[in-house]
Design a protein around this ligand. Structure first.
Ligand code: PMP
Length: 356
């Protein structure tokens, strides 16, 4: 190590899913939406290209137009929305804002693998209660003293959703710490905890435009919470970067929120494809966890997960594989178009017949 490096910060970063440059692959590895964003989003981008002032100037630091649209669609006040650069940005700010007690923050042992990375980066102690044998969270694990609680609902990468009564039970047992529900996948079949906000000032719900709104490339996420929590998050945000949302992200976000019909149509299509794919995978002998998300978590009793992942990859079908305890035999398969799922199933059918 060079002398200059001695004083550098050393961290173990999160590893995002691959974005292969290769054309013509079936890409089912990062839970992107297979359908384009709403038509109004594309019109807004074209309009921006004709209004150079919109890019020459700084964007609105409060992203008020987007905050208004989200407040209306979530049925909350404008002082209850915190917008950010994808939910990763929103979650990172929440970590820095709410997890300051020095007591361990709780999140499940099998969950979004960015959580422990943020905890380490921001010096937040944490503990990871184990999911049960069916990959479900055990509510009692979240009753004791803690510095905050964070979990996705539906969970990732299991795709399993807990009912709202479960979320409420955890909130009721933790009135003095912030409970963050990461609802990145909620629009594909789980119940949003936004409904609980009037009763729980300690609840923060985080959602994203990356999955159900087809805008992963635009980087838009937001938190919905009590005015108290949102005020504290804004103070942290304005302490390091006031212009987080680009002018393009603000405009595209507004148009995406407006088109409720398109949102419903595309999410329903993904859910229908998911259910068909799950049935077909089971017919091939896969164990498929019940999914409320836009992906499936599946394993095969005869073929190791890593082997399947590699074989698929060689056939230009990309899925996600996690080399982690308890889930290293599973594949996480994003739900694509019907055509993409046919290609996946066709490959797996011949592979499990021994033709692979
Ligand atoms: N939470 C969960 C559970 C996720 O799977 C993801 C996607 N990687 C995110 C948050 C972050 O999504 P984004 O930053 O694109 O909003």
């Amino acid at each position: 190590m060079k002398a200059i490096e001695q004083n550098f910060r050393r961290v173990t970063p999160y590893v995002p899913g691959e974005q292969p440059k290769k054309k013509g692959i079936v890409k089912l590895n990062t839970n992107e939406n297979p359908y384009p964003p709403a038509p109004g989003v594309l019109r807004a981008l074209a309009e921006l290209s004709r209004t150079p002032d919109a890019l020459r100037r700084y964007p609105d630091p409060a992203a008020q137009e987007l905050v208004q649209a989200l407040a209306a669609s979530c049925g909350v006040g404008e002082d209850q929305i915190f917008p950010g650069v994808g939910s990763d940005d929103v979650l990172a700010i929440a970590f820095q804002t709410f997890f300051q007690s020095g007591r361990p923050v709780l999140f499940p042992d099998i969950t979004y693998s960015f959580y422990p990375v943020w905890a380490q980066l921001f010096g937040v102690p944490y503990r990871c209660p184990a999911l049960d044998g069916d990959f479900r969270m055990r509510r009692e694990d979240y009753y004791g003293e803690n510095g905050g609680i964070l979990f996705p609902n539906p969970n990732a990468p299991t795709a399993i959703a807990e009912p709202l009564s479960f979320v409420e039970d955890i909130l009721r047992h933790n009135p003095d710490t912030v409970v963050i529900v990461d609802e990145a996948y909620v629009d594909f079949g789980a119940e949003s905890a936004i409904r609980l906000l009037p009763e729980y000032e300690n609840l923060l719900v985080v959602q994203t435009f990356s999955k159900s709104r087809s805008l992963a490339g635009m980087r838009i996420g937001y938190a919905v919470g009590s005015p108290l929590l949102i005020r504290y998050m804004n103070a942290v945000k304005y302490s390091y970067n006031s212009y987080t949302m680009s002018a393009a992200a603000i405009r595209c976000g507004v148009e995406a929120v407006k088109d409720e019909a398109y949102f419903r149509e595309t999410t329903a299509k993904i859910v229908a494809t998911r259910e068909r794919t799950a049935r077909a995978l089971k017919e091939l002998g896969f164990v498929v966890l019940p999914s409320s998300a836009n992906f499936l978590f599946a394993s095969h009793p005869q073929y190791p997960g890593r082997q399947l992942y590699q074989a698929l990859r060689e056939a230009d079908i990309y899925v996600r594989y996690f080399d982690s305890p308890r889930i290293d035999n599973y594949l996480r398969i994003s739900v694509g178009t019907d055509g993409e799922m046919e290609q996946l199933l066709g490959f797996l059918a011949s592979y499990t017949r021994g033709e692979g």
